[in-house]
Design a protein. Structure first.
Length: 210
């Protein structure tokens, strides 16, 4: 009887601890998850295939967009923003809920912008930028990687986060979704979202190495 009671107690304590941890993670992301106002929604110039390098990015609150534009400037590269057909809106909570549900259910959102196959074929190097979302790659980036034949291309990831500084599952996910590309996961750059605005030199110096 006593044993059963103490077992029950332990289970309750563990359950309470798990709930507290989940609530804390949620609160932290809500506080520092970023605000949509940081993004510039003006469309990027369409990729023309004039360079052998393409910078592709998905960004909700603007950090990855800044990094992408610095990289494109440094490399004289074309740039392409991954834009979901149904955008994530400006409300953090709605965005977080949808992102979680898409990840949990393997939903690949339809994209609004596409690159012609012949133009994509001209690039041999792709810098691929994204935020860590729910410890993984945001689902629009899954949509992008599955849409194109990227075999033989070099993919260099760059990302921002608010704590998952090693990218959590996102880098392995890029490898998984681009199995025939040379994905430079070990050379990816990781910047805390709160520090992106002050990281222009760091990002450009990193990009210059490739
Ligand atoms: C839906 C959502 C989920 C997030 N999940 C994580 C996460 O799992 N780990 C983390 O470190 N940061 C997480 N963040 C924080 C973002 O990665 C961080 O704010 C990033 O700099 C945003 O980049 P962006 O401005 O290009 O969208 C999340 C943010 C959002 C909006």
């Amino acid at each position: 009887m006593d044993k059963t009671k103490s077992k029950k107690k332990i289970i309750i304590i563990i359950a309470v601890i798990l709930v507290v941890i989940a609530a804390a993670v949620f609160a932290v992301f809500k506080l520092i998850g970023g605000s949509h106002v940081g993004i510039d929604n003006d469309p990027e110039a369409a990729p023309q295939g004039n360079s052998n390098t393409l910078v592709v990015y998905f960004s909700w609150s603007g950090n990855g967009q800044k990094m992408a534009r610095w990289i494109a400037e440094e490399k004289g590269a074309d740039i392409f923003r991954i834009v979901p057909a149904d955008d994530y809106g400006s409300d953090y909570q709605a965005c977080a809920d949808r992102a979680k549900s898409e990840l949990d259910n393997g939903i690949r959102p339809e994209l609004a912008e596409h690159i012609d196959e012949e133009i994509m074929a001209k690039y041999d190097t792709i810098f691929l930028g994204f935020p860590v979302w729910w410890y993984d790659l945001p689902m629009p980036v899954w949509s992008f990687l599955e849409e194109y034949d990227l075999s033989g291309k070099t993919i260099i990831p760059f990302f921002s986060h608010n704590g998952s500084s090693n990218g959590a599952n996102s880098l392995d996910r890029v490898k998984e979704l681009a199995p025939n590309s040379d994905v430079k996961t070990d050379e990816a750059i990781s910047i805390n979202g709160n520090k992106v605005a002050d990281s222009e030199n760091e990002v450009k110096e990193w990009a210059a190495k490739f």
